[in-house]
Design a protein around this ligand. Sequence first.
Ligand SMILES: *Cc1c(COP(=O)(O)O)cnc(C)c1O
Length: 413
Amino acid sequence: MRAKKLNKIDKEASSIINQELKRQQNELELIASENYVSLAVLEAMSSVLTNKYSEGYPEKRYYGGNQVVDKIENLAIKRAKKLFNAEHVNVQPLSGSPANLAVYMALLEPNDKVLGLKLDHGGHLSHGHQVNFSGRLYDFVQYGVNEKSGLIDMDEVRKIALKEKPKMIIAGFSAYSREIDWEAFQSIANEIKAYTFADIAHIAGLVAAGLLKNPVEIFDVVTTTTHKTLRGPRGAIIMCKEKYAKQIDRAVFPGIQGGPHDHVTAAKAVCFKEALSLEFKYYSKQVIKNAKALVEGFKNLDYQVVSGGTDNHLFILDLRNKNISGREAEKTLEKVGISVSRSTIPNDPSPPFNPSGLRLGSAALTTRDLKEKEMQEVVELIDQSLKEKDNDEKLNKIKDRVKFLCKKFPLAY
Ligand SMILES: *Cc1c(COP(=O)(O)O)cnc(C)c1O
């Protein structure tokens, strides 16, 4: 039993996993937070490192037998430091939300005031939403984007910051498509002596490639997931100035986590090596080009784009002039094999469960090697699907075209 492969031992689970592989092979992935990892990352994730317990940090573990695990964790740390020019990195956070929890725990006391971006303007649940631990434990006040421009208004951020005097200011978003002025955030924080915390979960790959400004050199603390534009395993890291290193490490363990997932740490190390390569720079450049091509294509078909465009890998379509809700659009596209996620638009008149927008991203399609020309085709496929939302026959034809496009640009597995 010990040495048998999954498909010999558990046909049921194996068949379900295979169905998911087929789905990924045959569908166009435009969910902005998803990507396809390399075979090397997959291999590291399925390694025997999953067997090990290694609570603590390299050379300071609470279990024996960690000589080898120390090497892999040190390797991941070394590469992450180089990639982001960071003074200190903790590679153990299990995912983005727990990484953020660790940052709050390291620097704040319960009920401390924090300033973050409103969720329906592009923020994240873990930036103070009342259903999330962050909103329950801390006193969040929020800034939004300008109603007309869709951009963060730094004068407004400053005004709120001076009035509310938060102990921490958060910058970083799930659904904001524009370059962020990290320096402006830092200088506001300096005025009120607040901590600065950047959450670059979405854009980390583009920052690593040098295409977007890097907050790690400016901010006190920066978190990122490793599975979005960075194209690594599901997980996260925390980067900070050396003076906060102890607090951050203690908040991750023993503060909120037990043993790190060493197999994922290994996969993070592999992902960082890939992200340090020239090839990754080209990839990331194409990600932005493809996002811009999608935006242009949609605008030509009279779609409204929040903030009018994108500087990164994602953008939000405002569907109010298209007579379809975000949820209906998501469901319709699911029928033809195009994955997207519905999204709120700033000051959305509709509820979050059925919002007015759609969030699209180019990172996954770019991994499959689709370029600007294919983006035009993707726009047409989406537009036609939304127009034919009640015609299953037409939708089936579009589904065949989606499959054909996927076959032309296969995954690495
Ligand atoms: C995706 C995301 C997270 C959360 O990551 P999980 O790994 O899903 O917990 C946190 N912050 C931002 C800004 C994100 O986009």
